[in-house]
Design a protein around this ligand. Structure first.
Ligand SMILES: Nc1ncnc2c1ncn2[C@@H]1O[C@H](COP(=O)(O)OP(=O)(O)O)[C@@H](O)[C@H]1O
Ligand SMILES: [Mg+2]
Length: 299
């Protein structure tokens, strides 16, 4: 096994140096993943740092990141490998005149005509990599079963070429926004990490990391406001990504406070549904009039 992340502290510090503020369970799971060589399934709402965790692990271990972005209808040809039909056709045309079929066949199903996709690339790359299988919940169960096979043997069989085996085990992260329940079989194979919205303190640290020029007091008000908005029953609550965007926007706009007026003008940066906008304007707007933010900080 590698010498990456020799302790939980080392994992946390390594991720921190790579710009990712990991909480206790994130540091623990990252450490275990590196030591045990087991894939990690990271679940949680959108925008809480699932994808970024894989990127940060890649940065801090120096492993190259290979990403498979999942979508509805993703198939093996786009995930594993496919044959370069056009190139094969060209070769057939050139060879056809004076070669037998067997000869042509052996030729057009060689390495030269293979198009490796992320899973094959991750397995066949000789140096250690981080494999990010992003938003696995968007694929179907059939795809999940195929993935399970790859993740249990770390090998891919190509009928025309033979079996490709991983020489170094990739560090695998799968993410899911929970749009469908994943199979028990997949969960069994993986370490599990649930990422949720952080508490005010951690989110404040994250926002300050991404927008260091923002005044500390303003950053705190902004994060408190986001937490207040998140507590409403919204269609799509603002995530860390929105907090960061908001902080950067306020910097650009030269705002010097986070008050009812600023909220009214810039609300659409953190809330992106018509009905949610109305709700926030009504509830938070009123609260701000009563000076709730200041009271919260005092208490
Ligand atoms: N713990 C963290 N430390 C630093 N930045 C974070 C952290 N969590 C989230 N972020 C930032 O929040 C944003 C959204 O994260 P992302 O990984 O895209 O979310 P997800 O994949 O869960 O939808 C990114 O800009 C990321 O850098
Ligand atoms: Mg993501």
């Amino acid at each position: 096994m590698s010498d990456e992340f020799r302790s939980i502290e080392e994992a946390r510090d390594g991720l921190g140096a790579a710009g990712y503020l990991a909480d206790e369970s994130t540091a623990l799971v990252s450490f275990l993943a590196a030591r045990l060589g087991k894939p990690v399934l990271v679940e949680g709402p959108a925008g809480v740092g699932k994808t970024e965790l894989a990127k940060a692990i890649s940065r801090s271990t120096g492993r190259r990141l290979i990403r498979l972005q999942c979508y509805e209808g993703l198939d093996e040809a786009k995930a594993l490998y496919e044959w370069n039909y056009r190139k094969q056709l060209l070769r057939i045309q050139i060879e056809a005149a004076d070669a037998g079929w067997q000869e042509v066949r052996d030729d057009i199903f060689g390495q030269e005509f293979l198009l490796p996709r992320p899973l094959l690339t991750a397995i066949s790359t000789p140096e250690p990599v981080v494999l990010l299988i992003d938003e696995i919940d968007k694929t179907d169960q059939e795809f999940e079963a195929m993935l399970l096979e790859v993740l249990s043997d770390f090998q891919i069989s190509i009928p025309e070429l033979g079996v490709v085996e991983a020489s170094t085990r990739p560090l695998v992260l799968l993410t899911s926004n929970n749009s469908r329940e994943l199979t028990e079989a997949l969960k069994r194979r993986c370490l599990y990490l649930w990422l949720d919205y952080p508490d005010v303190q951690r989110e404040l640290e994250i926002v300050r990391l991404h927008a260091p020029e923002l005044d500390a007091e303003m950053a705190r008000k902004l994060v408190e406001m986001v937490h207040m908005v998140r507590a409403l029953d919204l269609k799509k609550p603002p995530s860390i990504a929105e907090s960061i965007d908001w902080a950067r926007a306020l910097l650009l706009l030269g705002a010097d406070d986070v008050d009812a007026d600023v909220l009214k003008k810039t609300m659409s940066i953190i809330v992106k549904h018509r009905t949610d906008l109305d709700l926030v304007a009504e509830r938070v707007g009123v609260k701000l009039g009563d000076g709730v933010l200041g009271a919260q900080r005092a208490g």
